[in-house]
Design a protein around this ligand. Structure first.
Ligand code: BDR
Ligand code: CA
Length: 311
């Protein structure tokens, strides 16, 4: 089993990613840390607990990390994910006592106490940047780092060029790209936009299982309405679970190594600038994903979440 920390901002698609990770025998999720993004970090932690509860995994600790981006004011995505971050279902409190403080120290201590630990980051990179600033050496034990964020050849979802996670905290994102002692697997919009949860699939999962299907149907309803209003798309793009799936099975996405940096402010704030032609002659710091096998992803997702689903 590979030990991982999931750093996230749940979030509808973050919640789905947690479900996938906790239903994957290859992974041992040692903890979940939250930062502010889709919703403020503390609310995100509550939503993480709900997802953990849905897969009987409340033993996994949830830590709140940074509540604000490094320099920018926090801009959440409650228009997209709902006021509560999970489609305005306003689930009852599970138990606040299970939410711990100290997300940054948890990341540092876990890195120090384990020889091989990977991080799957599904939100803005604020927590990772802060942890790196505090103790860069701890990251020598980092095995792999996957970040859902950025966009290469595709338009952004917050501006013509910027993807949400990097746009919310462009300083945090750029700091991580410049300082992490490992290559960042950039699971950007180029690949995640191909992952669409359609009404057909939702209809289908409702035939397979009661509780899990009900939860997924509930949390994605708002997101589906949002997609229709914004883009006249039927269904919803689920970005974050693809990062988990790719971490487990490399053949789900393909890409190339490059140098990447993130624009900190101005008109292109949050843009992930990918030097694919090697203009800068800088050492590659990322693996930029450009294509995905969406059927393979969906098969993995359904098979793991719905035990009744077979070929
Ligand atoms: C990213 O932004 C968030 O809204 C999603 O949870 C995902 O991590 C996509 O741009
Ligand atoms: Ca997210």
């Amino acid at each position: 089993k590979r030990k991982v920390i999931i750093d996230c901002d749940p979030g509808i698609d973050d919640s789905l990613a947690i479900l996938l990770a906790l239903n994957s025998p290859e992974l041992e999720v040692v903890g979940i840390t939250t930062c502010s993004g889709n919703v403020p970090a503390r609310l995100g932690a509550k939503n993480a607990l709900k997802a953990l509860q849905m897969c009987s995994s409340l033993h996994v600790p949830v830590y709140v990390g940074e509540e604000h981006p490094l320099k920018r004011e926090l801009v959440t995505a409650q228009d997209t994910h709902g006021e509560d971050g999970v489609g305005e279902n306003f689930y009852e409190e599970i138990s606040d006592a299970q939410i711990k403080d100290g997300g940054i120290d948890f990341i540092i201590d876990t890195l120090k106490n384990n020889e091989k630990i990977s991080i799957i980051a599904l939100g803005p990179l604020t927590n990772i940047a802060k942890a790196l600033m505090k103790d860069k050496e701890a990251f020598n034990n980092l095995d792999e780092f996957v970040s859902m964020g950025g966009a290469f050849r595709i338009h952004g979802n917050c501006s013509p060029v910027a993807e949400f996670n990097y746009w919310v905290d462009p300083h945090g994102a750029d700091y991580v790209y410049k300082n992490l002692p490992r290559k960042i697997h950039m699971v950007g919009l180029d690949v995640t936009r191909k992952i669409v949860l359609t009404p057909n699939i939702i209809e289908f999962i409702n035939r397979l299982d009661k509780d899990m299907a009900k939860y997924i149907t509930e949390i994605t309803r708002f997101y589906i309405d949002f997609h229709w209003e914004q883009e006249k798309v039927i269904g919803c793009v689920i970005n974050d679970p693809l990062a988990v799936a790719y971490f487990i099975d490399r053949s789900i996405c393909e890409g190339f190594e490059s140098f990447v940096e993130v624009v900190e402010d101005g008109i292109a704030m949050g843009q992930s600038v990918v030097d694919s032609f090697d203009f800068y002659k800088k050492e590659n710091n990322a693996v930029v994903l450009t294509d995905t096998d969406e059927k393979k992803f969906m098969y993995m997702f359904l098979k793991r979440l719905f035990k009744g689903y077979e070929d």
